[in-house]
Design a protein around this ligand. Structure first.
Ligand SMILES: NC(=O)c1ccc[n+]([C@@H]2O[C@H](COP(=O)([O-])OP(=O)(O)OC[C@H]3O[C@@H](n4cnc5c(N)ncnc54)[C@H](OP(=O)(O)O)[C@@H]3O)[C@@H](O)[C@H]2O)c1
Length: 339
């Protein structure tokens, strides 16, 4: 393809000590060299993108920059035999959208080792309804199941429940037969959570419980935490003997105010979840579940919990996510069909 060809992308620029975002025309020559050039059809908005788009140096060091840790699209050109023009593919995480121009542009150029063939029978749109958030939720649920957790052992708790990771974890766990209790700060979304199959809803303070206590009444057989801080601490303190807690996020805090007692008196297991550097083999394993046995379980929920926006609507939606006002999954449509 002609290097002078242009495409649209959301560009974040550092200006007078602040950060500004605008949809700009870029040239293919502006992209870094890479083995696979992809025409992005859909991306999705994850919390990490909102951080990158607002100048968070922990995520993105250099600006101007195009965020977007998720991309699904069609190969436009490839210099490696594994991929050919016309292939439907996904590219998620690694450095995409962090310090490599990401999925909030109509084209990305990446190493072949970051690219995954689209798992059948999912459509490109469905892969982005799942995206990094859904993939992370799936990793959390998979860990609970691999640990041996079964619905009859008791309720599971999901925190940050209306968020991308939280809402998908709620939907999947409910469909797998677990009694799901959720934690949300949004009173207006209790009905939404019940529609996803959740049995009970707590506010954040109820989830924290007595902050000074080393242990709380044993309640949760398992936990999917997406927020960290006092809510994660409260969840661990209220986890049953030999229960399991997965920890993937820090939407509330990166701190964990806790003693060792839940671990040494109740045998609670705390399991970390990472999707960014998750090896391709594990990535494929989880996608095989999402495209296989879990696909029918998630289909209705994916439609109920996702909205589609255009590139032009993205900047405002990023502000809403940073203010904690979004819910579910936000799909960025780069096909031009959502204007
Ligand atoms: N480890 C990994 O590889 C990985 C992958 C993906 C995501 N993550 C992390 O997982 C977290 C969730 O990601 P996401 O994409 O689902 O984000 P999101 O859609 O913005 O959801 C985050 C949710 O957390 C809750 N929340 C926000 N601020 C809070 C606060 N101050 N106190 C308590 N709860 C708060 C809100 O839910 P309610 O209003 O319902 O309470 C919000 O909807 C983020 O920290 C993200 O960085 C990690």
């Amino acid at each position: 393809m002609n290097d002078h060809a242009t495409f649209n992308a959301l560009v974040v620029r550092e200006l007078d000590g602040g950060f500004q975002r605008a949809v700009e025309e870029r040239r293919l020559a502006d992209l870094p060299p890479g083995e696979v050039l992809i025409r992005v059809h859909y991306s999705s908005l994850n919390y990490k993108d909102a951080l990158s788009a607002s100048g968070n140096r922990g995520v993105t060091k250099k600006y101007p920059h195009t965020p977007g840790i998720d991309a699904a699209g069609i190969v436009a050109a490839s210099s490696v035999p594994q991929f050919s023009a016309g292939d439907e593919v996904l590219c998620m995480c690694y450095d995409l959208g962090m310090n490599t121009p990401g999925g909030f542009g109509e084209y990305i150029c990446v190493p072949a080792s970051w690219v995954l063939a689209k798992p059948e029978p999912l459509s490109l749109l469905e892969t982005m309804q799942i995206g990094t958030a859904g993939f992370t939720a799936a990793q959390c649920v998979d860990k609970l199941l691999a640990f041996g957790l079964r619905p009859e052992q008791g309720p599971v708790l999901v925190t940050g429940a209306t968020g991308g990771v939280g809402s998908l974890a709620c939907a999947l766990l409910a469909k797998l037969g677990f009694a799901v209790t959720t934690v949300t700060g949004k009173e207006s979304e209790h009905e939404f959570l019940r529609q996803l199959g959740c049995a009970a809803v707590l506010n954040r303070q109820q989830a924290i419980g007595r902050a000074s206590a080393a242990l709380l009444r044993e309640r949760w057989a398992g936990v999917v935490d997406t927020v960290g801080g006092e809510i994660l601490a409260g969840a661990i303190k209220a986890t049953q003997y030999n229960g399991i807690v997965t920890c993937c996020g820090n939407a509330a805090s990166g701190e964990l105010p806790l003693t060792v007692y839940p671990f040494i008196l109740r045998g609670v297991s705390l399991v970390g979840i990472d999707s960014a550097e998750c090896p391709l083999v594990r990535r494929k394993e989880v996608w095989d579940k999402l495209a296989g046995p879990w696909q029918s379980l998630l289909q209705d929920a994916l439609n109920a919990l996702s909205v589609r926006i255009s590139l032009a609507q993205l900047s405002q939606t990023i502000d809403e996510m940073l203010a904690g006002r979004t819910r579910g999954r936000i799909i960025v449509d780069l096909t031009g069909e959502t204007e």
